[in-house]
Design a binder for this molecule. Structure first.
Ligand SMILES: CC(C)(COP(=O)(O)OP(=O)(O)OC[C@H]1O[C@@H](n2cnc3c(N)ncnc32)[C@H](O)[C@@H]1OP(=O)(O)O)[C@@H](O)C(=O)NCCC(=O)NCCS
Length: 175
C-alpha cells in the first residue's frame, strides 16, 4: 500500500494532498479547459461523472500502490484546488503528469508542485527515475520540466498516455 506523505508535501505556498469528494466541481470545471483537453488524455466531452470517477480512481490507486495522485492546493487554504499532479509507479520507474487550473497559471505553481513531487518520488518513495511525456508544442510544460532538473531523453514513436505520435520524454534520475 502506498501512503500519502505525512506531514503532507508543502513548500509553504502550495501543499499536495490526496483528492477528496469535495474537489469534484473544481476538477470538472478545470477539465473543460481547451489546454487541458489538448495536452492531457481526459474524456471528451468531460462530464461531472468523469470527475467523480477520477476521484474514486485516485483513491483506489493509492490503495493498490499503482499511482500517487495529489490535488495541488493553496498552503493557507487546503480547500482551494490549484491543480493536479501524479506519479504512476511501475517498479522503480515513475511516470508523472500534471495540470493547473487556468486561473492559477503563470505563477510557478506547476514548477513548485513538480519539484515537491520529484523530491518525494526519488527520495522517500525510492524510485530510480521519474519520466514525463510532453508534446513538443507544449512549451510551458517543457519549461516546467527543465526548471525541475529534468533532461530531454528522446522522442517516442507513440505517446503511451495519449496514443499520439512524437511525444518527448524528459527524465530525472535519482542521484
Ligand atoms: C503546463 C502547465 C502545467 C504550466 O503550469 P503553470 O503553473 O502555469 O507553470 P509555471 O508558472 O510553473 O511555469 C510556466 C513556465 O512556462 C513559461 N511560459 C508561460 N507561457 C509560455 C508560453 N506561451 N510559451 C513558452 N513558455 C511559457 C513561464 O515563463 C514559465 O517558465 P519560466 O519559469 O522559465 O519563466 C499549465 O499551463 C497547464 O495546466 N497546461 C494544460 C495541461 C498540460 O499541458 N499539462 C502538462 C502535460 S505534459
Amino acid at each position: 500500500m502506498l501512503r500519502p506523505p505525512d506531514p503532507p508535501l508543502s513548500d509553504g505556498v502550495i501543499t499536495l494532498r490526496p483528492f477528496e469528494d469535495s474537489d469534484v466541481d473544481t476538477i470538472y470545471d478545470a477539465c473543460q479547459d481547451p489546454e487541458i483537453q489538448r495536452f492531457i488524455p481526459v474524456p471528451r466531452p468531460y462530464r461531472r461523472d468523469d470527475a467523480v470517477a477520477y476521484v474514486r480512481r485516485t483513491q483506489r490507486q493509492w490503495a493498490d500502490g499503482s499511482k500517487a495522485a495529489f490535488a495541488i492546493v493553496d498552503a493557507n487554504d487546503p480547500t482551494t484546488v490549484l491543480g493536479a499532479i501524479n506519479v504512476a509507479i511501475s517498479g522503480s520507474v515513475g511516470n508523472s503528469g500534471y495540470w493547473i487550473t487556468p486561473a492559477a497559471r503563470g505563477r510557478g505553481i506547476a514548477t513548485r508542485a513538480l519539484r515537491l513531487l520529484t523530491g518525494w518520488a526519488l527520495g522517500e518513495l525510492g524510485l530510480g527515475v521519474v519520466l514525463l511525456e510532453i508534446r513538443p508544442d507544449n512549451d510551458r510544460s517543457i519549461r516546467v520540466a527543465q526548471a525541475c532538473g529534468y533532461h530531454y531523453a528522446g522522442r517516442l514513436d507513440v505517446n503511451t498516455a495519449t496514443g499520439k505520435k512524437g511525444g518527448l520524454i524528459f527524465t530525472r534520475m535519482a542521484v
